[in-house]
Design a protein around this ligand. Structure first.
Ligand code: XMP
Length: 516
């Protein structure tokens, strides 16, 4: 049986990060809400369970709890932050609000570990950990030893090694905790005795075999290809599984970056599948005419995408043997409420109306348990070129939300050229590695300038670059002045109708990555 870890979600902000760390250690895991029934947990057959952090205080009646039977399964448990307090509370300890500020801990904290404990085996006895707890374990449950402390708190890590129960009040999953991933790895390998079977090579082979079996010898697949990483990887995976019984429909809405549509087309031309490119720029632009509200732009583009795709599906002649595929990945699923039931966000991947979906035999979403970095790894495994696999995230509505105000063909041309120069200069500079996502924005502001001997009244362009690994929080990138200067001089000289360039120096929060 496939070895799996269960990450039980209590609403903490780093939950996806915990799951990613486990996967990085080559162990498969899934996030499920804390309300998951004991029956379902048993059926999942986890080799270990991790309780996540969460915003609540465990001693309040309204706080999320677990069925104590979970501790009778004979399965090791690692409780993180709230998860640690919950374990202490449930097993007979006592958790209270910290009485004074010294017991409340936030941020980077010097921490001391007992390295005879399996969780800290082979690690230094001292290091920085990332704390975020206002509650305090006044009494730890019977059977637990204190295996970690700080100057303020004697029990930041507790362990009952006999039963395989471990609790840490800090967050091993965040980068600020030194050796945090090693602690998670120790839990998986030293405590849960994982074999480490989760690799992309293996996932790829198993998924291709499963897809072949499901689709059968004659079934066909229609794929919605946006040109982004996820759907590109899915196209490659399906091409591997069913070859020319795959038809990928690439809708070019005209708000792509410079050369992007052609690049996507060229990348897929060599695959053994049918590739249909629908050039629908005019259709989208006419719908967007005069629309300035960003949410409205998103809605219009989303809906039009569905209609264009629907037209193609009709030409395809769907039968009851055919499948529809889309590149949903795990964060899309979790954000739609599969983890903590409270965090519900509508699924952005649902392109087609329900009536159309129902005409297909089934919807295939084979990437729906992969994180972004795993999706990229799979793409490499399948031989996709780096410029498709390693591309920056790009919003579905494309440049339409990087043009503030109404969208026109002329503005799209200006932005495309300026953006291409910015990307080209960053791509060839030494600061490339720092820039996780970088692009230009047409701000809808005009100002006075002087060019040659003449006065100009033209557009202001903003440059945006962020440094981040998860895109949930981000720092503005400290791009060297000489690089910014080169970009600025080139854009003003080479792109008509831009006479002023600004660089965005806000991080997220408080700003977002996109301007919109
Ligand atoms: P914000 O602007 O919310 O963006 O800080 C965070 C990340 O999400 C990307 N983004 C999108 N990605 N479809 C996507 O696939 C979208 O509609 C969309 N909107 C924003 C954004 O580029 C950044 O990487």
């Amino acid at each position: 049986m496939e070895e799996k870890v269960l990450v039980l979600d209590f609403g903490g902000q780093y939950n996806q990060l915990i799951a990613r760390r486990v996967r990085e250690c080559n162990v498969y895991c899934e996030i499920k809400p804390y309300t998951t029934s004991m029956d379902e947990i048993r059926k999942f057959h986890p080799i270990g369970i991790i309780f996540t952090g969460g915003p609540n205080s465990v001693y309040l009646d309204s706080a999320p709890h677990v069925d104590p039977a979970i501790f009778e399964m004979g399965v090791p448990v690692l409780g993180i932050c709230y998860g640690c307090q919950l374990m202490a509370h449930t097993l007979g300890g006592r958790v209270t609000a910290a009485q004074d500020d010294s017991a409340r801990e936030y941020g980077k904290t010097e921490t001391y570990y007992d390295t005879t404990c399996k969780l800290f085996k082979g690690l230094p006895e001292q290091g920085i950990s990332w704390m975020s707890h206002g509650d305090y374990m006044a009494k730890v449950p019977d059977g637990f030893a204190l295996v970690g402390h700080t100057k303020a708190c004697p029990n930041v890590a507790i362990a009952d090694e006999r039963r395989g129960f471990y609790g840490v009040q800090f967050h091993p999953e965040v980068n600020h905790t030194q050796h945090g991933t090693d602690m998670i790895r120790n839990f998986l390998y030293e405590v849960c005795h994982a074999r480490g079977e989760w690799t992309m090579d293996d996932f790829c082979k198993r998924t291709v075999a499963r897809l072949r079996e499901k689709i059968g010898p004659t079934g066909r697949v229609l794929l919605a290809l946006s040109g982004g990483v996820d759907s590109s990887v899915l196209a490659a995976l399906l091409a591997e599984a069913v070859g020319d019984r795959l038809t990928a429909v690439f809708v070019d809405h005209g708000c792509m970056r410079k050369n992007e549509g052609d690049e996507v087309e060229a990348a897929f031309a060599k695959w053994d599948m049918h590739f249909v490119r629908v050039n629908a720029q005019e259709r989208f632009l006419s719908k967007l005419k005069g629309v300035t509200d960003p949410q409205r732009k998103r809605q219009i583009i989303g809906a039009e995408f569905g209609y264009v795709f629907l037209d193609e599906a009709m030409k395809f002649g769907i039968t009851k043997d055919d499948f529809f595929a889309q590149g949903t990945i795990y964060p899309d699923v979790i954000e739609s409420g599969a983890g903590n039931a409270d965090v519900i966000k509508s699924h952005h991947n649902k392109l087609l109306p329900k009536e159309v979906i129902e005409q297909f035999k089934e919807v295939l979403e084979p990437l729906d348990h992969l994180f972004k970095d795993e999706t990229r790894q799979l793409g490499r495994e399948l031989g996709l070129p780096s410029y498709l696999v390693d591309r920056q995230p790009f919003p579905g509505p494309g440049l339409a939300i990087r043009i503030l105000g109404d969208v026109t063909a002329e503005k799209l041309d200006i932005l495309r050229e300026a953006d291409a120069i910015f990307r080209e200069e960053i791509g060839r500079s030494d600061c490339r590695e720092m820039c996780s996502q970088y692009f230009a924005v047409l701000t809808n502001a005009k100002s006075v300038g002087v060019m040659g001997d003449g006065r100009t009244y033209e557009n202001t362009l903003a440059l945006r670059s962020v440094t981040t690994s998860d895109f949930m929080t981000a720092e503005w990138t400290r791009i060297p002045y000489d690089v910014l200067d080169r970009v600025s001089v080139r854009i003003v000289n080479e792109v008509p109708h831009i006479n002023r360039i600004v660089y965005d120096i806000t991080s997220k929060p408080p700003a977002t990555v996109e301007w919109e």
